[in-house]
Design a protein around this ligand. Structure first.
Ligand SMILES: [Zn+2]
Length: 430
């Protein structure tokens, strides 16, 4: 039954019902170990060390990269404050055709591992240790089945994704960058993401003049001016995309004033925009609203600050989705195909009840195996870039015209090495 669950698609009536104790499955016990080790951003060292040892025990060559902290680590309340990326590959070949990657940091607070018959709860159980465990298991199974070899894949597990993306930014100096495909692991409910929104954040500063609240005309009320701007921002029409939907604005923090009987001299708000289309135009429209009120100015954060991200989804057999959250995809340099896929839902990812279904974990192993094999030995592909209208219509996802089939559908090296017959067989077995 265990073997069946990890190699065949589960019928829908069986999902939620599969009972597989973590102790009896390599996938679930790997996932358990990862979730049990706390790794809130800034404290990833312990989980990284464990993961490095695990990958070495599975015959990977492992390199670590210090991203932040002291070389020998600094302990704060028993936790080593040191952030290290983990890069692994087979044998001596660092440069590979496909990269599997995700992040090992999680958001606070730590929530302990808890297992039920059908699900695993705990911080990081979904975002993104489910992806990490499923990717590694997929790689191990492909190696055991003889479908991949040295030079085909490497693994990269980064720190700092939940805050600044510093881990992935630093990884650019660690890893080679000539991949044909990079498969990013984040919770996408087992769907292949067609794109995700960008993100831009800023502080609104409102400068007024303090006065006695009985004589408000002698001062300038910074709070009132801030409220005027926030009201206009709420109604602001931002560039929208028919692929990614509307851009959205979240006023996340507000502060202002010192006492009820003092006209406030200072107020500010911190705002996040999920950018669905045209970052420059979005910034222009927001600046226009903010600077229209005297005494109010805007400070854009340097990071995060990027526009919508287009992803590749030219592999058959996956449902597609659009993501509203940010990822590390933008920070990894190189001219590679970008796939975003993983088990679990982003909707539970940062919440108190974070969980992942065990059946999703097993399904994700199948999904990653398929993506890896397709990235190395492509069979039939849907176009990498489609017009928005076409995304909504399922039958248009399969396009027969050779000129619109994506570039990697005709990878010459792959043909030479394996031949078409073996290629097809590899895919059928999955
Ligand atoms: Zn994540």
């Amino acid at each position: 039954m265990l073997k069946l669950a990890s190699t065949l698609p589960l019928p829908s009536f069986l999902r939620h019902k599969i009972a597989t104790p973590a102790d009896h499955s390599q996938l679930l016990s790997l996932h358990k170990s990862l979730v049990e080790i706390p790794s809130i951003t800034g404290s990833e060292y312990a989980v990284g060390e464990w993961l490095a040892q695990y990958l070495v025990s599975q015959n990977f060559t492992v390199e670590t990269q210090l991203v932040h902290g002291l070389e020998d680590g600094e302990e704060v309340e028993g936790v080593t404050k040191k952030q290290e990326n983990i890069f692994a590959y087979l044998g001596q070949t660092r440069e590979t055709r496909t990269l599997l990657t995700s992040h090992i940091d999680v958001v606070p607070p730590y929530i302990p591992y808890r297992e039920t018959a059908s699900a695993v709860y705990g911080r990081g159980s979904c975002d993104a240790k489910a992806s990490v465990a499923a990717q590694i298991t997929a790689a191990l199974e492909l190696i055991a089945e003889g479908k991949i070899k040295e030079g085909d894949i490497s693994l990269l597990y980064v720190v700092g994704e939940e805050t600044t993306g510093d881990g992935m930014k630093a990884a650019n100096t660690l890893t080679p960058s000539g991949w044909e495909s990079v498969i990013f692991g984040e919770p996408t409910e087992l769907k292949l993401a067609v794109g995700h929104k960008g993100i831009a954040e800023f502080t609104i500063n409102s400068e007024g003049k303090a006065a006695h609240s009985g004589y408000p005309w002698l001062g300038v009320n910074a709070n009132s001016n801030l409220v005027k701007v926030l009201y206009e921002l709420d109604r602001l029409d931002l560039p929208a995309s028919s692929l990614l939907g509307n851009s959205t604005i979240n006023v996340g923090q507000i502060s202002g004033g010192v006492a009820p009987n003092v006209v406030p001299a200072k107020a500010n708000a911190v705002v996040s925009v999920r950018v669905a289309e045209d970052l420059d135009e979005t910034v222009r429209r927001i600046n226009e609203v903010i600077t229209s009120v005297p005494g109010v100015s805007v400070d854009w954060f340097e990071t995060p600050h990027y526009g919508p991200v287009e992803l590749d989804w030219d592999v058959e057999g996956f449902e597609t989705t659009v993501c509203s959250y940010g990822t590390d995809v933008m920070y990894l340099k190189g001219d590679h195909k970008k796939y975003l896929y993983g088990p679990g839902s982003i909707l539970v990812a940062h919440g108190d009840g974070e969980f992942v279904l065990k059946s999703d974990l097993f399904e994700a192993v199948r999904g990653y195996k398929k993506l890896v094999v397709e990235s190395l030995y492509p069979t039939r592909r849907v176009p990498a870039v489609v017009r928005v209208e076409e995304v909504k219509s399922e039958e248009k996802l399969v396009v027969q015209e050779p000129e619109v089939v994506s570039k990697s559908a005709t990878v010459v090296g792959a043909e030479k090495e394996t031949g078409t017959g073996e290629k097809q067989e590899a895919n059928e077995e999955l």
